[in-house]
Design a protein around this ligand. Structure first.
Ligand code: URA
Length: 435
């Protein structure tokens, strides 16, 4: 078998056999198939799509690894949550400690920044010392001891995604429902979970721009999970504006801690409570979503979710003092406001541009080997529905590299639509699939 023939076959709209897909994935992971050939194949998949049979094999092939995680010694239900990616989407940092504080085991394998969206691992790594590269044994031990750990793909858990994720980020091959489904489900099904809550984003800041495309991706993932006996629910949620106000790694850690302290922006708190409630329901800690919300609220109010976050940080080598002293997190040296070109109401945002402005400041990568700048990003002051005056700040950019700030500010300014009439409020949860 030759990779070039399989690239050509997919390019021309053919269906690959199981053996052909396994050949590509194992060859990519072992390094026998070079990145340039995998990139070409990924682009062919973006254009041509996949059949259900191809997708099924792709997920299985991407789960191949030298060892399997075994959590059968833990009696509590194991439940995880994953988002398809958005701007300012920091819910994992908040929900994982809430669910673990409530007695659900959360074995979370996350990703880095992808395209214009941020990544949980980069956010966590902005906490000085935080180690997301635990071995399988360390991961397993931590889950047994404190009920939660947050790591990245390793050589032992979803090694194929570790490679392909970074490649897709740098080759504009993220936006395929099949590749997103395989990337997410290969990680999640390697975690020995009983159940999974998916937050499938729809809108200008998501990879799926329409609700219809997001619902299609949600169905693919729910079906993939159910086929192997997992309880899966997918919430299709709006991503037409940043979630919360902070975009950028350490800025998002601060906002997450604020929510765990019972403060912070209402939309972020609302989505976290909804997702946490579903985790508690699937984790059999409560009997209804409403009861799950109440329990999640209780664990925020009594401080146990914040204590769990401190414990996670400490156990993963990080400086837990950041929770009480934000100055211990990395900060950008400079600030610059993006100003409103007109007066009126914010009627909409091109949220992808906000994400790109943050990447452009250094919060994401342009090449696989790039390091992210943990302190840069932006704080959004105006969101859809807000009144604004000409010259008023729309957002404040936190930056280090002066050369890029003007272009980023211009991107932010161009992302806003301002009109004379206040728009109807945006709905956060649009659809629930699969319960
Ligand atoms: N999250 C993932 O883990 N993978 C994707 O492809 C997109 C979002």
């Amino acid at each position: 078998m030759r990779a070039v023939d399989l690239i050509r076959k997919k390019r021309d709209g053919g269906e690959l056999t199981g053996d052909e897909i396994r050949f590509l994935i194992s060859g990519s992971t072992s390094g026998e198939i070079p990145d340039y050939q995998m990139s070409a194949w990924l682009m062919a998949v973006v254009w041509r799509g996949m059949t259900a049979a191809e997708l099924g094999v792709l997920v299985e092939a991407m789960m191949e690894s030298p060892r399997r995680l075994d959590l059968s010694h833990l009696s509590a239900k194991k439940v995880d949550k994953h988002s398809t990616g958005g701007v300012g989407d920091k819910t994992s940092l908040i929900i994982a400690p809430i669910a673990a504080a409530a007695g659900v085991v959360v074995p979370m394998v996350s990703g880095r920044a992808l395209g214009h969206t941020g990544g949980t691992l980069d956010k966590l790594e902005s906490i000085p010392g935080f180690n997301v590269r635990l071995t399988l044994d360390e991961f397993r031990n931590m889950l047994g001891e404190i009920g939660c750990a947050l790591i990245g793909q390793t050589e032992e858990i979803a090694p194929a995604d570790r490679k392909l994720y970074a490649l897709r980020d740098a080759t504009a091959t993220v936006e395929s429902p099949y590749l997103i489904c395989a990337s997410i489900m290969s990680k999640k099904l390697s975690e020995a979970i009983d159940a999974l809550v998916l937050d499938v984003k729809a809108g200008s800041g998501a990879f799926m721009k329409t609700e219809k495309d997001a619902a299609y991706l949600a169905e693919l993932m729910v079906e993939t999970g159910k086929r192997v006996g997992k309880r899966v629910v997918a919430l299709v949620t709006g991503m037409d504006q940043p979630l919360g106000r902070a975009v950028g790694n350490s800025l998002e850690v601060v906002e997450s801690v604020e929510i765990l302290k019972g403060e912070g922006p209402e939309d972020l708190r609302e989505l976290c409570l909804e997702l946490a409630a579903w985790m508690l329901l699937l984790g059999e800690r409560v009997k209804t979503v409403e009861a799950g919300r109440e329990l999640a609220e209780e664990f925020i109010a009594n401080g146990s979710a914040l204590d769990k976050f401190r414990e996670i940080i400490r156990r993963q080598g990080g400086d837990e003092r950041v929770v009480d002293d934000y100055a211990r997190l990395p900060h950008a040296a400079n600030r610059r406001d993006a100003l409103s070109p007109a007066s009126g109401y914010v009627t909409g945002m091109d949220c992808e541009k906000i994400g790109l402005a943050s990447v452009w400041l250094g919060a994401g990568r342009e090449k696989k080997e790039d390091a992210v700048d943990p302190g840069v990003g932006l704080i959004v002051h105006k969101k859809p529905g807000d009144a604004v005056r000409q010259g008023e700040p729309l957002a404040t950019l936190h930056y280090n590299a002066r050369a890029r700030v003007d272009e980023s500010a211009s991107l932010v300014e161009r992302s806003y639509r301002i009109d004379s009439e206040r728009p109807a409020p945006l709905l956060l949860v649009r659809k629930i699939i699969g319960p």
